[in-house]
Design a protein. Structure first.
Length: 262
């Protein structure tokens, strides 16, 4: 392996969450679909490029049409405690070299989405990345006047609600789009700092809040649901939704419940 890309920009969201923009050094645009992920990597020993490389998969947050313009691919990454790669990534600066796989993967996308299906995105933490990519790439397809779109994002604290400004603006401009930010550790917020939803993302399905705010019933006959983030959240939500009649989407069998775990 060898370096084939460069960190073109890096922004600190919180001490443990950063937004990276990376582009291939060759200037070739990375081909991908909204919702897919790519491999990033660095050598275990920077002085020995012929040795072991540490590689991990990260969902892409940018939209393909944005990448076509700038050549930059955006990643929204959380620092993993004792993580071999993220501890190194968080010490990189704009201009530093990195490896980015030139082949992407993942089949959680909108290819099978019916034009009239209501859509619900449910995510936690940096699991928001693929759904931001989808909203950026397919805003016109998703907000086509034929459906309602709900976007649930769960985090521990308000400062971890990534892309909040973008999603709030989208909700203001589009009455068929509703944003549901929810915080699980609201008691740790300064007094009066948070008056929104508290708890876990899946609770808003169980208590009927999503149906109430969207003004419709989210049901298998005319809805598709996408999940990404904490494995426990995904498992719990899959169990809740399969009891309601939703079926997992797989390569072999189309369904209306799409999920990925981070």
């Amino acid at each position: 392996m060898q370096y084939n890309a460069v960190v073109s920009a890096m922004e600190e969201i919180t001490p443990d969450i950063r937004l990276f923009k990376i582009k291939l050094a060759s200037g070739v645009k990375l081909p991908y679909k909204a919702g897919q992920f790519a491999i990033l990597g660095l050598p275990a020993d920077p002085s020995n490029l012929g040795g072991e490389w540490i590689r991990r998969a990260y969902s892409i947050a940018s939209a393909p049409r944005e990448t076509d313009v700038a050549g930059e691919v955006e990643f929204y990454i959380v620092k993993v405690e004792n993580g071999q790669l993220t501890s190194r990534l968080f010490n990189t600066n704009a201009g530093d070299k990195i490896f980015m796989g030139e082949k992407v993967a993942g089949f959680m996308n909108l290819d099978r989405l019916p034009d009239d299906h209501n859509v619900l995105f449910i995510c936690t933490g940096t699991g928001i990345a693929p759904f931001v990519s989808m909203m950026r790439e397919y805003k016109e397809k998703l907000l086509n006047g034929k459906r309602k779109v709900g976007f649930l994002h769960g985090s521990r604290q308000t400062y971890e609600l990534g892309y909040r400004d973008y999603l709030e603006a989208l909700a203001v401009a589009n009455p068929d789009f509703k944003y549901f930010p929810i915080v699980s550790r609201a008691k740790n917020e300064p007094a009066g700092a948070w008056s929104g939803y508290e708890g876990h993302a899946q609770s808003l399905i169980v208590n009927g809040e999503v149906d109430k705010v969207l003004g419709i019933e989210i049901k298998p006959a005319d809805a598709s649901i996408f999940l990404c983030g904490n494995p426990r959240m995904v498992d719990d939500t899959v169990a809740i939704l399969t009891e309601k009649g939703f079926t997992p989407n797989t390569m072999q069998s189309p369904g209306n419940l799409y999920f990925d775990k981070h």
